[in-house]
Design a protein around this ligand. Structure first.
Ligand code: BGC
Length: 336
């Protein structure tokens, strides 16, 4: 069942998507996932994602809790790029670089929406030519479907001029229900390589093999046993904040919390997952009166390569006029 449970302001609603296994609370503001309520092995229900009690914090703070990120997730070097021989300038909002679609990227926009049926909401946003510096009118749809224990998000976009797109979802997961940090979470990431970053978090174009490093999550490993290891890239990122190059087509990332027997399996059509251990959460007040610190959650940001426009020969983040961007990521929440 899907229903509007609160109207926050004109045109901003909070909706509940609910069935007998899961409840997902979302807003058409930034297509934000505000709550995911799931059972543990004893049937006890907890909220397994971070968020805010005070809705205005989604609008003013910059950690992107639960938000859909666009037009372009992660960093673009120095906020500049050239496309079809034309140079474009973006707002510099992260050190020397542009991040997460700009000052008022998709995470801070009000989407119109339609409840399609008991399981599906279609969010829509027309991003105007020149918005946040990007060319082209981008007609964007995000379809959220809750089917059983799985939330599937489908992204579709078309443009009337060649442009850039790299959508992600920035939900912070903590399967304990945030009774503890994520050190006792087991992580699996099907990846043989990850992209290195510089001190500003920007991908450098160097890809490291995960073998014999703390980045090898091909077999499940506790995040707490890895994140503080003595490794140059972990020091630079202040933890994991790296794009992993995925090698499989299903269940590429799996997060488990053995104490509660909760498991999240992420499947995506996208080639990369940025694993981010919330290294920059600063003690801010979140939901249920709790404060959020580094390592209180992990983000699994499925995407194309950050800064692809500068690093790839055929940048995967270019969307040409007449083409359709069509990707999905699904999140299966189960008790094992
Ligand atoms: C980035 C982090 C950043 C966070 C919040 C992540 O995608 O990789 O470096 O702190 O988003 O903006």
């Amino acid at each position: 069942m899907i229903q509007v449970i609160q109207q926050v302001a004109d045109y901003i609603d909070i909706l509940s998507m609910k069935n007998d296994q899961l409840e997902v609370v979302v807003s058409n503001y930034g297509c934000t996932i505000m709550k995911v309520l799931m059972k543990d092995k004893d049937g006890h229900i907890d909220d397994v994602v971070l968020g805010y009690d005070d809705f205005s914090q989604y609008q003013t703070l910059d950690a992107y809790l639960g938000a859909l990120v666009g037009r372009v997730a992660n960093r673009i070097k120095l906020g500049k790029f050239t496309l079809n021989n034309q140079e474009y300038s973006l707002a510099i909002n992260n050190g020397p670089n542009a991040i997460h679609g700009g000052i008022k990227g998709f995470s801070y926009q009000v989407f119109d929406y339609k409840i399609l049926n008991d399981e599906t909401i279609i969010f829509h946003y027309l991003s105007q030519d020149g918005e946040e510096g990007y060319p082209g009118n981008l007609d964007f749809y995000a379809t959220y479907t809750l089917e059983g224990n799985t939330l599937k998000i489908q992204y579709k976009a078309t443009t009337d001029q060649d442009t850039l797109i790299n959508i992600t979802n920035h939900t912070y997961f903590n399967l304990s229900g945030k009774t503890e940090n994520i050190y006792q979470h087991l992580l699996t990431v099907k990846a043989d390589q990850y992209a290195c970053i510089d001190k500003d978090g920007l991908t450098t174009g160097v890809f490291n093999n995960v073998k014999d490093t703390p980045f090898d999550f091909n077999k499940p490993a506790y995040i707490g046993e890895r994140v503080n290891q003595d490794d140059v890239q972990l020091h630079i990122g202040k933890g994991f904040d790296h794009p992993f190059i995925l090698t499989t087509y299903k269940n590429q990332v799996i997060l488990e919390h053995p104490k509660t027997s909760r498991r999240l399996s992420v499947s995506t059509s996208l080639p990369i997952a940025q694993i981010y251990t919330a290294n920059y959460l600063d003690g801010r007040l979140g939901k249920y009166g709790q404060h959020y610190y580094e390592r209180d959650a992990v983000c699994i940001e499925t995407e194309n390569l950050p800064d692809a426009i500068h690093l790839e020969n055929h940048p995967t983040t270019i969307l040409k006029k007449g083409e359709t961007y069509d990707e999905y990521t699904s999140y299966k929440f189960e008790v094992i």
